[in-house]
Write a protein that binds this ligand. Structure first.
Ligand code: PLP
Length: 452
């Protein structure tokens, strides 16, 4: 410890012991987990206390888009911390207004105002509250196979089993099926048909629920943790049109898909649509300081010109969070990180994963864009039976746990969920690093093939 430092220097053993005794972890049976203490990180790598180096193909929780310890980002946070560490929402602040201006510049259409939150879930809570107040309607349509966060409303909107433990949840949320060509809910034979049938299903759902009762359709532009589901051509344009026909707002959750992850600033930039509200978090500053927010269209924002918005957060627009977002967006623009992510997907990750599929019968499907990819592992390519169970606690339970363990043994930290390996490294990862990681995957998938 240096003379001025207030922070103790803890051994790995102390970290593990106090973690086990006092830290209550997310989504886990507390007695069954043993999280790896991270000692240091740089770029696309992190190190454990034993000095083992891991290439991070997970970007932690798909949030470290700019990579670890980007020196310019660290310096910007240090500089602003030396100036002004806390300013509450009733005051204005230079970094808050600058972050909002940059976000409005990057966002499509007239999304010109930003309500800052602490992360993605509360951004979705506020987007829904705004939509309900703007439309005077109460219902919200959200997709199955989605994740929107762990707060009360966000987990109710979530369309996967993570919702079950929080049920019955908030009233007024109705789920619908989105497109998923590889496992179609509509028995479609190709991508176009899947898009068309998914749109018809949404239309039908709206009709039976009552168009005049629905405030918003909430969806992930590209579905993230539920399998990197890129919407078929025309699908999002169709959703936009259906919403317009019925005066329903479209909320795009870009918490995971934004800020370079899909090779654009916002994933919606791939399609010709502008949502009424976009929620963001993660990649806006790569989680160096917690922040999220809602980008609000002029029309929705005008609802609150002469009427108070009923909501606020003590740390909304926190100066250190906003300073880090300003620096992060500036660095990403100056260093061409979004363009790099786009090219990595097209030139390196896509072709390399397609080759993996040729080599491994257990790879049933490969899909993605930018640095947002998934391999779907199956026991049989004809039946598409998923290669599960996967023990979500991260143990070596066969078969997906074994695949994950093989990767880790070889110095690759994978993102494994259900029967999928997501390939989601930082957007700054070099082509050589990506290829090195995919080579490790190639070796690890031998384990999966044994179950085929
Ligand atoms: N929305 C999406 C699409 C996400 O992937 C996540 C987190 O993974 C969230 C919302 C929730 O964000 P947070 O964990 O910051 O509340």
């Amino acid at each position: 410890m240096t003379e001025t430092s207030l922070l103790p220097s803890l051994s790995e053993e102390q970290v593990r012991r106090d973690d086990r005794a006092h830290v209550f972890h997310s989504w886990s049976a507390q007695a069954q987990i043993d999280p790896l203490p991270i000692a240091a990180a740089l770029g696309s790598h992190f190190w454990d206390y034993a000095g083992t180096k891991y290439l991070d193909f997970s970007s932690q929780l798909v949030n470290v888009n700019i990579g670890y310890q980007h020196p310019r980002l660290v310096a910007a946070i240090q500089e602003y911390a030396g100036r002004l560490c806390t300013v509450a929402p009733p005051f204005a602040n230079d970094m808050r207004s600058e972050a909002a201006r940059l976000l409005a510049d990057l966002a499509p259409g007239t999304l010109n105002k930003v309500f800052f939150t602490n992360g993605g879930a509360d951004a979705n809570e506020h987007a829904v509250r705004m939509a309900r107040l703007h439309t005077g309607r109460s219902k919200v349509l959200a997709a199955y196979r989605s994740y929107h966060g762990a707060t009360a409303g966000a987990i109710t909107m979530t369309g996967d089993p993570r919702r079950w433990g929080a049920e019955p949840g908030l009233p007024g949320v109705v789920h619908f099926w989105g497109p998923y060509p590889y496992r179609s809910a509509f028995h479609s034979s190709d991508v176009e048909e899947e898009g068309a049938r998914a749109l018809q299903h949404l239309r039908d759902t709206i009709m039976v629920e009552g168009p005049g009762t629905i405030a918003a359709v909430v969806l992930e532009t590209v579905v993230g943790t539920n399998g990197i589901l890129v919407p078929p051509p025309g699908y999002l344009e169709g959703v936009r049109q259906i919403c317009d026909e019925h005066g329903i707002l479209l909320v795009a959750d870009e918490v995971m898909s934004g800020f370079g992850r899909c090779g654009e600033w916002f994933a919606v930039d791939h399609w010709a649509i502008t949502p009424d509200l976009i929620t963001f978090a993660k990649g806006v500053n790569s989680g160096y300081v917690p922040i999220g927010g809602v980008l609000i269209s002029d029309t929705v924002a005008a609802t609150f010109d002469d009427r108070a918005y009923p909501g606020g957060l003590t740390y909304s627009g926190h100066p250190l969070a906003c300073a880090s977002a300003v620096a992060s967006m500036t660095i990403m623009r100056e260093e061409g990180i979004v363009e790099h992510a786009r090219d990595l997907g097209t030139d390196v990750i896509g072709p390399a994963l397609a080759k993996l599929a040729e080599n491994h019968p257990s790879v049933g499907d490969v899909r993605g864009l930018g640095v947002f990819w998934a391999l779907e592992l199956v026991r049989d390519r004809d039946t598409r039976e998923p290669l599960v169970p996967y023990n979500a606690s991260g143990s070596d339970a066969a078969p997906m746990g074994e695949v994950a363990a093989e990767c880790k043994r070889r110095g690759l930290w994978p993102f494994v969920h259900f029967n999928r390996v997501h390939v989601v490294p930082p957007c700054t990862t070099t082509a050589d690093e990506v290829l090195e990681g995919i080579e490790v995957l190639d070796e690890a998938l031998g384990v999966a093939d044994r179950y085929y």
